[in-house]
Design a protein around this ligand. Structure first.
Ligand SMILES: Nc1ncnc2c1ncn2[C@@H]1O[C@H](COP(=O)(O)OP(=O)(O)O)[C@@H](O)[C@H]1O
Ligand SMILES: [Mg+2]
Length: 474
């Protein structure tokens, strides 16, 4: 058994073996020298006996040395990550066995710890990767030691090999970072425009990690894309500015006339009559402006509420057309509604659809050719055309096309028609009344219904606004 083991073992030269034999034999050598000196033993017998002692020690130490060597190789293999089993060595020496077992249990403990740490690291990375905002970890020198998925997407896969100052070379960023790294501050907040994408405004929160935290990261940078909210803020500010401007114009007209009536035209009967008419017109315009603004904000508040009520589009369109008959007559126009058979009911907000078609028909009657007929065609289409708004659904839809004759709307105007307060200059010059909010309201109603609104306009065929409303909403 022992010999077989020796053969199996890839022997390394055990330099300590010879030393151990010599040290063990040293006291016997002294005894033999003493015996020779006292002439109790001849040098020949002393030498012979010493050789025997050496042979005995050699044989005595060999198994022990062999086992030590086995243990040594076993530890070496473990250190190199090879899986080894201490029992396979069949150690006969109790102490060697104990050493091997101690090493074995230490190895098992560390292997378990490593597994645990690995699992923890994997789950931490997975959690960080699910976060929608970019997160960076940095060390004491400002080097990025970790980045979650959205940070890598924003700043590139190689972001972890770079210094954070290279990526955000903005003075106020670097100063804030240095305050954190020099332990002068716990947290810093700032915003900046990305130099790689100047439209992107980012908000950064830099937070120092507790200094006793182990590992290399000493601070975490969380980034938030605030471009959208900046745009929304700007839109809101623009909207308020536009709305106040639109309201101020009729108001100043009214105040002007009041002043004239109080002073120069005080006793002019005719002027008073004309001025009061103008003032009434302006007051009416103001009230429709306010009404439109209120309904726009109401629709926007409901934008994400899905309409569920089953609604009859054909009925709503026909009733709206009838209600506008008087207006049509005033321009010697007619409205003709044609519906394909069996138009299904759709989930929709009836009151909003009424408002939508009222706006489109009102426009067709206002801006269409006097004396012509406005054609409304209702049908079901198998596929709603794709829309730029992310809310539009695909698939079957009810389509309502409102067509009027009249001059072509220029492409540059078409792209801006649904902007708030946008009106074509020609119509403003012709003094056609309007607030410029009707189509923005129409667009928002269509958005809420996950539908689509398209416009085509040519010189020969006139203008068609088509509303697509999905048969089912999601
Ligand atoms: N059917 C149409 N034909 C030609 N131009 C139109 C038509 N509908 C709308 N427009 C243009 O689009 C502008 C915006 O329409 P809208 O938002 O309804 O505002 P309003 O009708 O109050 O002016 C109108 O001022 C007009 O210039
Ligand atoms: Mg209008």
């Amino acid at each position: 058994m022992f010999l077989r083991k020796i053969r199996q073992l890839k022997f390394e030269k055990d330099s300590n073996y010879v030393t151990r034999v010599l040290i063990l034999s040293f006291p016997s050598a002294l005894v033999f020298v003493l015996l020779v000196a006292l002439q109790l033993l001849t040098p020949y017998w002393a030498l012979l006996s010493y050789v025997w002692v050496m042979i005995f020690n050699m044989l005595f130490l060999l198994p022990f040395s062999f086992e030590l060597m086995q243990v040594k190789m076993y530890i070496k293999n473990l250190a190199q990550g090879k899986s080894e089993n201490a029992e396979d060595m069949a150690l006969s020496d109790a102490e060697a066995r104990e050493i091997a077992e101690a090493v074995n249990s230490m190895h098992r403990f560390w292997a378990y710890k490593v597994d645990e740490l690995e699992a923890q690291a994997i789950s931490d990375t997975a959690v960080l990767d699910t976060l929608p905002d970019p997160i960076l970890m940095i060390d004491r020198t400002g080097l990025i030691t970790g980045a979650n998925l959205s940070a890598r997407k924003l700043l590139g896969e190689d972001v972890t090999k770079r210094n954070v100052e290279q990526i955000f070379p903005y003075n106020h960023f670097i100063n804030a970072l240095n305050r954190i790294l020099n332990q002068e501050s716990e947290a810093e907040n700032l915003s900046f425009y990305l130099h790689s994408d100047p439209d992107k405004k980012m908000y950064a929160h830099i937070k120092a990690l507790p200094w006793f935290s182990k590992g290399r990261a000493v601070a975490v940078i969380s980034l938030y894309d605030i471009s959208k909210s900046v745009t929304v803020e700007k839109m809101q500010a623009d909207f308020v500015a536009n709305a106040s401007h639109e309201l101020r114009t009729p108001l100043s007209v009214i105040s002007g006339f009041i002043e004239t009536l109080q002073t120069t035209a005080k006793d002019d009967e005719n002027a008073r009559h004309d001025f009061l008419n103008i003032m009434a017109d302006q007051a009416e315009y103001m009230s429709s402006l306010i009404e439109n603004l209120l309904s726009l904000s109401k629709i926007e508040m409901q934008l994400h509420e899905r309409p569920v009520e089953k609604t009859d589009v054909v009925k709503i369109v026909s009733e709206t057309a009838e209600a506008l008959e008087f207006k049509a007559k005033s321009r010697k126009m007619k409205v003709k509604v044609q519906a394909a058979s069996q138009i299904p009911l759709i989930p929709a907000d009836g009151a909003q659809l009424r408002q939508l078609f009222q706006n489109l028909l009102d426009n067709a009657l206002k801006y269409g050719l006097g004396g012509s007929t406005v054609q409304v065609k209702i049908s079901v289409v198998p596929n709603m055309p794709a829309s730029k708004t992310e809310t539009a659904l695909q698939g079957k839809a009810v389509s309502v096309a409102v067509h009027n004759q009249g001059s072509k709307i220029k492409p540059e105007d078409i792209s801006r028609l649904t902007e708030r307060f946008y009106r074509i200059q020609e119509h403003k010059d012709l003094n056609i009344k309007g607030t410029g909010l009707g189509l923005s309201i129409a667009k928002q109603i269509v958005r809420r219904h996950q539908g689509n609104l398209t416009v085509t306009s040519t010189n020969t065929r006139g203008t068609t606004f088509t509303v697509y409303l999905p048969l089912e909403v999601s």
